[in-house]
Each structure stands twice: as C-alpha cells, then as structure tokens.
Design a protein. Structure first.
Length: 89
C-alpha cells in the first residue's frame, strides 16, 4: 500500500468473530477471533489475522520499509483481487 502508493482510505474485516452461516452452521470460521462454541462460556481466542490487524492499527497503517514486505514482485495494473467460497452439497 505504501510502496505502491495505493490510496487506501478504509478497511472492513469480513467478521470480527466466527459466526453462523446458513448453509454450513458454525463450521466455516471467517472471524478475526476463534470462538469455542463447545464451551458454555464461548471462549474467544485471537487468530493470527487479529494480531496482524492490531499491528496495522497500532502503526496507523502498513510498514513503509521495503525490506519488511512479505510480498515480492508486482501485480499488473489491471489485476483484480477477490475472495469467494462455495460449499458443494
């Protein structure tokens, strides 16, 4: 984001915690926090994505040092990112 000068003005996580999916019940876990639905207290445990998101917030953005990037190379300008899932029944 910083290195490629992308003008990001916001980010929304898909889900803060794992939840119920109509087609799959509680089996798909998209949240930033894992919830143990077998525990009556529904214990919440932060996933690695929650830790990463916390660091982004703490740093008020992404790291600016080119050597600290996890991704190497560049995508073409017309490349489009997307995420989807589908469960066959």
């Amino acid at each position: 984001v910083v290195v490629d000068h992308v003008n990001v003005f916001g980010y929304t996580a898909w889900s803060l915690v794992d939840g119920f999916e109509w087609n799959s019940g509680y089996s798909i876990r998209r949240g930033l926090f894992y919830i143990d639905f077998n525990n009556p207290a529904c214990t919440r445990v932060p996933k690695s994505t929650a830790q990463y998101y916390r660091q982004i917030i703490k740093d008020n953005g992404f790291l600016t040092d080119e050597t600290e990037r996890d991704i190497e190379g560049h995508f073409p300008c017309d490349f489009q990112f997307g995420v989807a899932d589908y469960i066959l029944q």
